[in-house]
Structure formats: structure tokens, C-alpha cells
Design a protein around this ligand. Structure first.
Ligand code: ZN
Length: 184
């Protein structure tokens, strides 16, 4: 990937080689990501880096803004299908079940926190692959949860926003205590 592009591209170019996971408090996690229009080598490189970071940090999914890139791209691996990996571009949830389930979720961008999050049990996602081919996929259970989590990231939302007020208070208290423990 070239780093010698127009200035509007610098954020992407700088962020990818570093590939640090951005954590709570970083404003990029609150940004609405931009739709991808160029299905080029740059996009493939971004997806490749995201896959590497996801595996390195033992995540099941990763959104581009978690490594500081404000593009609507997510990667994930399916624990129900031999860890098969996917890179999805411009994903949108077009249908979701009324049935919801609550499970404990963690997030690479909120390290050390695990909280109960209620999500639709089943969703239909429309997206594109790295070549721009449209896909429509129905997901149930854990894969549906992963997709909802990552698409939330792409819209600037975090699990804290989905947790109940009590859960959020508990987790924020834990995070403050962790931070104090690190300082002392
Ligand atoms: Zn996350």
C-alpha cells in the first residue's frame, strides 16, 4: 500500500502499518465510518492487516475504526464453521428477529470488561466482498452477535451503549479500579 497519496488519505496510510487497537476514550471509536467505493489493492491490504490483528489479539471480529481507519470494513471468523474468516465491506443489517438473547460480550477496544448485552438472535446482513460483489447473509446465534457488534463499531457504537445502565455503571467502576491499579 502506498503512503504517498493525497492528504485526505493520510489517516488510513498512517493507521494501517501501526495496527494498534484503539481503546475506550479514543474518538475514532465514536466516528461513523465512511462507505467504501474503491475495491482496490488498498482495501485488500486493509482487510489483510485487520485479519492479522484480529488473530493476533484473539478477537472473533474487528472493525476498521478499531485500528484507526474510518472505512466501513469489518472482518470476523465464524466459531460455528471451523473459524472460517470473512472480510465484509459496507455491511448493513437489513433484517433482524424480534427474538433477542442476552450473552456476555467482550471487546478488544474495552479491554478487561465483559458485560451482558442483549441482541437480536438472528439477522440478515447485506454487504460486499473485497471485489465489490454483493452478498446477502442470514446469521443466527454467535455469528449474528459478532456481526451486530462489529456493525455497531462501524457506526460509532460500543458495547457500553448496549448494556443496561446497571451493567454500564458496574463496568465503568471496574475499569476505573483497573486504571488505578495500573497507576499505583
Ligand atoms: Zn468490539
Amino acid at each position: 500500500m502506498s503512503a504517498k497519496r493525497a492528504s485526505s488519505k493520510t489517516q488510513t496510510d498512517k493507521a494501517v502499518p501501526l495496527a494498534q487497537i484503539r481503546t475506550l476514550g479514543d474518538p475514532v471509536l465514536r466516528q461513523q465510518t465512511k462507505p467504501v467505493t474503491a475495491f482496490d489493492a488498498r482495501l485488500k491490504k486493509l482487510a489483510q492487516v485487520m485479519m492479522e490483528v484480529m488473530v493476533r489479539d484473539e478477537g472473533v471480529g474487528l472493525a476498521a475504526n478499531q485500528i484507526g481507519v474510518v472505512s466501513r470494513v469489518m472482518v470476523w471468523r465464524n466459531p460455528d464453521a471451523d473459524e472460517e474468516r470473512y472480510a465484509w465491506v459496507n455491511p448493513v443489517i437489513v433484517e433482524e428477529s424480534e427474538a433477542r438473547c442476552t450473552e456476555i460480550e467482550g471487546c478488544l477496544s474495552v479491554p478487561g470488561a465483559a458485560m451482558e448485552v442483549a441482541r437480536a438472535e438472528e439477522v440478515v446482513v447485506e454487504c460486499q466482498d473485497l471485489s465489490g460483489e454483493p452478498l446477502r447473509v442470514r446469521l443466527v446465534g454467535l455469528p449474528a452477535r459478532i456481526a451486530q457488534h462489529e456493525i455497531d463499531h462501524l457506526e460509532g457504537r460500543l458495547i457500553l451503549d448496549r448494556a443496561s445502565p446497571e451493567e454500564r455503571r458496574r463496568v465503568m467502576k471496574e475499569l476505573r479500579e483497573q486504571a488505578l491499579a495500573v497507576e499505583t
